[in-house]
Design a protein around this ligand. Structure first.
Ligand code: ARG
Length: 284
């Protein structure tokens, strides 16, 4: 029995099988600091990172997802955060162009994988970190800026996919990618009133106004849950894989008829990433 049963008025949630790309953290460690979570002075345990990542992988496989793998590359410790490898929609892969030199070689590595796996690759002209900052919600792309992806990449992605792009400005360095501050709960393209969850104080005033207006029914996540990267989660429309420590977010999801599934990625949190960071959606 669960502690919180979905309320009677909660809509019936429907799961849809996702196709995703992941990268095993065989070379994960923290040797540089490009976000406030990273501290090269703290020890990391690569084999624990691999075991925790495998638990996430197994959850996805058990949910019936088609999970594809890209080979990790020695010397690219952040490659496990596959969400940053690009943005894939309509069979087109818009490549990433990373902000910091330490991650720049990942851009071509992911583009090579997309090309070799049947996607039409668009080489980026502007700095962007893929699904870290671009989230498809219904038919619109929510696009983050402020720390990583440059605002001219928002225009570029709009041209490539012919979708509405909604620029949102991040202001809290702990939530430097959009996928650390917003969770997409209803991922099916074209789903009616697709909903999100977010952390209000990650955004500037103008962005907050946009979020309130577009998503009046959004799940508001508290600071405590955001501080374990609870928002960095992955939903199939019913099942939402989240950080196991995000207790209030878990309760709110249950109340709304979702099925939260907790996973502990404490080791990958040392690099500033969670569930979603390890997950790149491939939409054909
Ligand atoms: N250490 C990585 C970086 O700072 C973490 C990336 C997290 N990825 C994400 N999609 N939020 O770039």
């Amino acid at each position: 029995m669960t502690l919180t049963e979905p309320s009677l008025s909660a809509p019936v949630r429907v799961a849809s099988k996702r196709t995703i790309l992941m990268c095993r953290p065989d070379f994960f460690t923290v040797v540089y600091r490009i976000n406030p979570w990273m501290d090269p002075a703290l020890p990391t345990d690569t084999s624990l990172a691999v075991r925790q990542w495998e638990a996430l992988y197994t959850i996805y496989v058990d949910l019936g997802f088609d999970v594809r793998l890209i080979d990790p590359i020695d010397g690219l410790p952040d490659m496990v955060y596959a969400a940053n490898g690009g943005f894939v929609l309509d069979g087109i892969a818009y490549g990433a162009s990373f902000t910091y030199p330490q991650r720049q070689p990942e851009g071509p590595a992911y583009m090579d994988w997309f090309g070799a796996n049947g996607f039409e690759v668009r080489t980026p002209e502007n700095i962007n970190e893929g699904e870290g900052d671009f989230l498809l919600v219904g038919d619109a792309i929510l696009a983050g800026t402020g720390f990583r992806s440059a605002s001219n990449s928002h225009e570029e992605i709009g041209r490539i996919f012919g979708r509405e792009v909604v620029t949102l400005t991040l202001t809290n360095p702990n939530f430097y990618h959009l996928d650390t501050a917003i969770a997409v709960l209803d991922p099916q393209p074209g789903s009616e009133n697709p909903n999100i969850a977010y952390l209000p104080n990650a955004f500037d005033g103008a962005s907050l106004e946009i979020l309130r207006e577009r998503f009046p029914d959004a799940v508001i996540v508290n600071d405590e849950d955001a501080a374990v990267l609870g928002l960095n989660s992955f939903s199939d429309g019913l099942n939402v894989v989240i950080a196991s420590r995000a207790a209030d977010f878990e309760r709110q999801l249950r109340e709304r008829g979702y099925n939260p599934i907790g996973v502990d990625l404490s080791e990958l949190l040392l690099g500033g990433g969670g569930v979603k960071c390890c997950t790149l959606e491939l939409r054909s």
